[in-house]
Design a protein around this ligand. Structure first.
Ligand code: CTP
Length: 433
């Protein structure tokens, strides 16, 4: 294992002297309360990888609340949130540095894919309940052994050799979400399955283990997978681990889906650049592309179980995308194109943009719709038209629609050009000199 001095150096390098000091303080405070404290899980893995860790998890063998409150009492401006139902606490320092504290625990899975029953345990048991060896390492914060590295399952070697390995044979059966968590780690850190773990994955899949998982738990993990930047890596793992059936009945045949999804990522980035602050559910764009050319019922079946935000919009878009795409290719007037674009949800629009080369006419009309036409308001309201002498009624509605289309087509710009347009159309009498 790396000597404590090396761990010190990594901690100092990534977090700086001041934050390192805080870890010393916590270790001392916990020791005074008679309990050891450890850095655990993802943050240890990330530290060894030289990746800065956004969240920092601490495992405490004793009373989490007592440790969290004692730490809070030592520093003004520090916030402590205790969650009694989970026995966890969050410490937030005035500069935003955040530590998540949890009690060391043992887990027992009463049935495959069920949520575990937990009871307190020590650090060794806590590491043994974890998903992969690379996530089952700890660093002691105890004053007597600060920086000591605990790696009972060989996580550091696996990380060095690029291997993803579970800790015990029932790991995937206990918790199938680990398969998708594993996929994320494998993509992020370029790992491959250790052969024994690959066999366990196949066994779990042969037992149709995902069928036991709630749609909510499955979707939560799939969403994280689809949020990864490296879609080529995701595709490679979905192929190799034979996980496509989770998303669609058959794996995509060619590179087409991958490139359209990569284009989808670019469209999402383009949209956020040009419409900052506007809400967009990015993942819906990718789901739309994944389901674009498969039977609609396959998407419906999945969305029936998964709590996907605005899933019904995705289903509606999937029904009309081909039709809209064909009609757009034929639309000659900007107003006709705008109406077609308006029939899709925002993710549906971006999915369609992703299917078209950047400079093609449909893509251009889509961008024009998003940036220019979408927020356009008619320069004259129904009230304005009545003030000009038009009678209220269905005819007025028709004029308003035509006026709006002329506006979308760039024929009118403001109230005055609108008035002239109404005269040219014979809707308003021309003023005699
Ligand atoms: N863990 C686990 N099984 C799960 C979920 C979590 O064993 N189904 C353990 C792992 O040891 C993991 C730790 O809990 O390292 C913290 O989980 P989480 O914060 O979800 O993951 P991180 O490893 O911190 O990864 P990330 O960098 O993606 O946050």
């Amino acid at each position: 294992p790396p000597p404590a001095a090396q761990i010190h150096r990594l901690l100092r390098q990534h977090w700086g002297e001041a934050r390192l000091q805080r870890l010393h303080d916590i270790g001392r405070t916990a020791a005074k309360l008679g309990t050891p404290a450890y850095l655990v899980g993802g943050c240890v893995r990330d530290l060894l990888q030289n990746h800065p860790a956004p969240d920092t998890d601490l495992a405490i063998e004793g009373d989490v609340r007592a440790v969290a409150e004692a730490c809070t009492a030592q520093l003004s401006g520090m916030q402590c949130t205790y969650h009694p139902q989970f026995g966890t606490a969050i410490l937030e320092y005035p500069d935003g540095f955040r530590l998540d504290l949890a009690r060391c625990r043992v887990e027992h899975y009463p049935a495959p894919a069920a949520l575990p029953e937990v009871r307190p345990g020590d650090i060794v048991a806590d590491l043994a309940r974890r998903d992969f060896t690379i996530n089952a390492m700890a660093i002691s914060l105890d004053p007597g052994s600060f920086g000591d590295f605990l790696d009972p399952h060989g996580g550091r070697m696996d990380l060095q050799h690029g291997l993803l390995r579970v800790l015990h044979p029932l790991s995937f059966v206990d918790d199938p979400t680990r398969i998708l968590r594993g996929l994320r780690f494998a993509v992020r850190f370029h790992l491959r399955l250790e052969p024994g773990t690959h066999v366990l994955l196949k066994t779990a899949l042969a037992r149709d283990i995902f069928a036991r998982l709630s749609g909510a738990r499955l979707w939560r993990e799939l969403k994280y997978v689809l949020e990864l930047d490296d879609l080529a890596g995701v595709f490679e793992k979905l192929d190799a681990w034979q996980l496509w059936p989770l998303l669609r009945p058959v794996p995509p045949k060619s590179e087409t889906l991958l490139s359209s999804m990569q284009r989808g990522q670019q469209e999402i980035a383009w949209f956020h650049r040009h419409c900052p602050g506007e809400k967009l559910f990015d993942t819906a764009v990718l789901l739309t592309l994944i389901w674009r050319h498969i039977p609609w019922a396959e998407a419906e079946k999945r969305l029936h179980c998964w709590p996907v935000t605005d899933g019904h919009h995705i289903l509606r878009d999937l029904q009309f995308l081909s039709e809209v795409s064909e009609a757009l290719a034929k639309a000659t007037r900007p107003s006709a194109a705008a109406q077609l674009w308006a029939s899709l949800s925002l993710p549906g629009i971006l999915a369609l943009l992703a299917e078209h080369p950047e400079s093609d006419a449909v893509a251009e009309s889509g961008r024009h719709y998003l940036l220019k036409q979408r927020g356009l308001k008619s320069p004259l309201s129904g009230r304005d038209l009545q003030a000009m002498g038009l009678a209220p009624g269905p005819q007025l509605g028709k004029v308003l629609r035509r006026l709006y289309e002329a506006h979308l087509d760039g024929e009118i710009e403001d109230k005055e050009t609108a008035r002239q347009w109404l005269i040219r159309q014979g809707i308003l009498p021309s003023i005699q000199p």
